[in-house]
Design a protein around this ligand. Structure first.
Ligand code: BGC
Length: 636
């Protein structure tokens, strides 16, 4: 089958409009991000000046980063020597890994006593997920621990990041109800096999699969009672696995949980509580995180000597017009409403001032007595502040940001998105091989890492998610664009380390192709390709496996020529596996077609043997008996 990239659905009209705009300005064109709720097209005359009146952190960052490369914002310069300069290998102790999460890979959704999660229920509702896919079997990771650990060994991973399914351990989510020992055994097995293979387990406690009972009973993260239930679940994990697991993350990407779960409803539990739901969910999540950190600190740390952090996601936001103070402030607001929403309370004890100001002001204008953004008491602030032994950063992409006033209107029309007073834009020249929202903008990664360093006192950072997807109609193991993405993003991370950012590890996202939430299986992030049409879910290495393997064994990039060689060799070796897989897929497609053709025939045969033959036989016997009786009577 011919491989094709899917066209991006909503681009054409907006791009046309922006093309006109750019022709008008005879400058760079932009189009709006598909996630931009404004739905309007925007264009700007982007000027690349770096002489801007210094304003707090953004100007500082700009100054710092522009010293090294004069135009890192320009996508056309993404492959210039300046942008591509490799830094020598990283020091010993840096950890290279790959990641996954429970619902996205395990499958076995109703096996061995597991309870339902909100994602089991959500994905079974028609129309919520692309093609109505579900994670019911996904990669069958639950049954393939040994196979998957072999893949990790093949990659020579230093660590593997996975999450624990709360309803697999505690089916109702409430510890006093029941603990599922089979679930414990599963994770025991996984952890032991990792350790036997010298791979460090890095464990996330919550990667979005809340027990359904907690959703039904309490309304999920809208309810404060979840703080205690989550703490009990975490405590159980520390008790049973903490002798072997030393790196814990309470939550993965709470931004998505709050915004997509409770504001837009694109994710489970699918609620649309605009303007309030996300803020309330986030408030409880932050409290739950802090409580779990304190539990570990007071009850387990001395004995187990591990670390507890959180994995936050954040796109970088770059001002559209660097000479425009309003754009600079809007870009900072974008980052503060994203990463800062969670990081600022955890590092500084309270929400970012800009969130308090904007949401507070709009709430007043909407005639509300109090801000839609909840508040922490003084006691809570000091309890939450400092609850992070390391910060996990998940990062995939960047946006250009410009100021855009959203009238406050009625409170019913408020939303997280309009509260920010900004518009998100993307440069159409940025590569976008897969997910609609994912543009490859490597320089944004370095800026985000520097932002974290400056804002939160240079914390210890583990990159917990970074990678790119593809949206292919057919098999494609020669993922040149993924190699390019990893090369450029890892390079920017190495530059950030040189800037003094305290990055201790990097996690490629993800080990396998897997269930991509509302996108189902239509987007593939894996280093390994998974054939989802085959019920055994076989895995095949993509070219990026060969590339990443070399990065790991060299502990970074030795020099540009060598890295180019790695890329070339990786691409050379993938074409034979590509052919093998394509042949295998053709075979299984043919087998499926034959099965479909055979099916009516088989059921026909079954009907003949199971119903027609016995009936005919019985009737014949009866008829013969009647005939015999008739003959005997006549003879008498
Ligand atoms: C999520 C992952 C997901 C990735 C790509 C991340 O924010 O944590 O589970 O696979 O986005 O969609």
């Amino acid at each position: 089958m011919q491989c094709k990239h899917f066209p991006l659905a909503n681009h054409s009209a907006i791009s046309k409009q922006l093309k006109q705009c750019s022709e008008l300005h005879n400058k760079t064109s932009f189009h709006t991000d598909s996630r931009d709720s404004s739905g309007e097209g925007w264009c700007y005359n982007r000027r690349r000046t770096i002489e801007i009146a210094p304003i707090d952190i953004f100007s500082f960052l700009r100054g710092l980063l522009f010293q090294e490369s004069s135009a890192p914002r320009d996508s056309s310069s993404a492959h210039t020597p300046a942008a591509n300069e490799f830094f020598i290998r990283y020091t010993a102790g840096f950890s290279w890994g790959a990641g996954s999460s429970a619902y996205q890979t395990e499958g076995a959704w109703d096996k061995d006593g597991k309870g339902l999660s909100i994602w089991d229920v959500f994905s079974h509702k028609k129309g919520k997920i692309q093609q109505n896919d579900t994670g019911d079997s996904s990669c069958e990771g639950y049954h393939k621990v040994k196979d998957d650990v072999s893949l990790m060994k093949e990659l020579k991973l230093n660590h593997y990041r996975f999450s624990i399914s709360w309803p697999r351990l505690i089916p109702t989510g409430i510890k006093s109800d029941h603990i599922n020992e089979k679930g414990i055994q599963y994770y025991d097995g996984l952890i032991d096999q990792l350790l036997e293979s010298k791979i460090t387990p890095v464990v996330t406690l919550y990667h979005w699969d809340l027990p359904q009972v907690l959703q039904e009973k309490y309304g999920g993260w809208q309810n404060i009672s979840l703080v205690n239930h989550f703490n009990e679940f975490a405590n159980l994990c520390f008790e049973r696995f903490g002798n072997r697991v030393k790196y814990w993350m309470t939550f993965n990407n709470p931004w998505s949980v709050a915004v997509e779960g409770y504001e837009t409803g694109e994710h489970a539990p699918g609620l649309r509580l605009r303007g309030t739901g996300a803020y309330r969910a986030a408030h409880h999540i932050i409290k739950a995180h802090a409580k779990v950190w304190h539990t570990y600190d007071t009850q387990w740390r001395a004995k187990q000597k591990g670390l507890v952090g959180i994995s936050l996601s954040g796109d970088w936001g770059e001002p559209v017009d660097m000479s425009n103070q309003k754009d600079i402030e809007a870009a900072e607001r974008y980052v503060q409403f994203y990463l800062g929403w969670f990081a600022t309370p955890i590092f500084h004890g309270d929400y970012p001032q800009v969130m308090k100001d904007f949401i507070g002001r709009k709430s007043v204008q909407q005639g509300l007595g109090t801000s839609r953004l909840p508040t922490f008491s003084t006691q809570e602030k000091s309890y939450i502040k400092g609850t992070c032994d390391f910060l996990g950063i998940g990062h995939f992409t960047t946006r250009y940001i410009t100021q855009k006033n959203n009238p406050s209107g009625r409170s019913s029309s408020s939303s997280y998105f309009t509260d920010r007073d900004l518009a998100e834009l993307v440069d159409p020249r940025w590569p976008d091989p897969g997910s609609e929202w994912l543009y490859s903008v490597p320089w944004g990664f370095r800026r985000l890492l520097n932002f974290v360093k400056i804002q939160y006192g240079n914390p210890m950072i583990y990159v917990t998610e970074n990678g790119v997807s593809e949206k292919m109609l057919c098999t494609e193991l020669c993922d040149d664009w993924r190699i390019q993405y990893y090369k450029d993003y890892i390079n920017e991370m190495l530059k950030a380390i040189k800037d003094g950012v305290n990055v201790k590890g990097y996690t490629a996202w993800s080990l396998l192709d897997k269930f991509e939430w509302d996108e189902g299986y239509s987007e593939r992030f894996g280093l390994y390709y998974v054939d989802f049409r085959n019920k055994n879910k076989p895995r095949y290495p993509k070219a990026s496996v060969q590339f990443y393997k070399r990065v790991i064994s060299s502990n970074g990039f030795p020099n540009q020529r060598e890295v180019e060689n790695w890329r070339r060799k990786a691409i050379e070796t993938c074409s034979s596996s590509n052919q093998l897989l394509a042949a295998e897929e053709q075979r299984s497609t043919a087998a499926n077609i034959l099965r479909l053709i055979h099916d009516p025939l088989t059921s026909h045969m079954e009907m003949v043997t199971e119903i027609v033959v016995p009936t005919v036989c019985t009737l014949s016997i009866l008829l013969s008996a009647v005939f015999l009786m008739f003959l005997l009577r006549r003879r008498n």
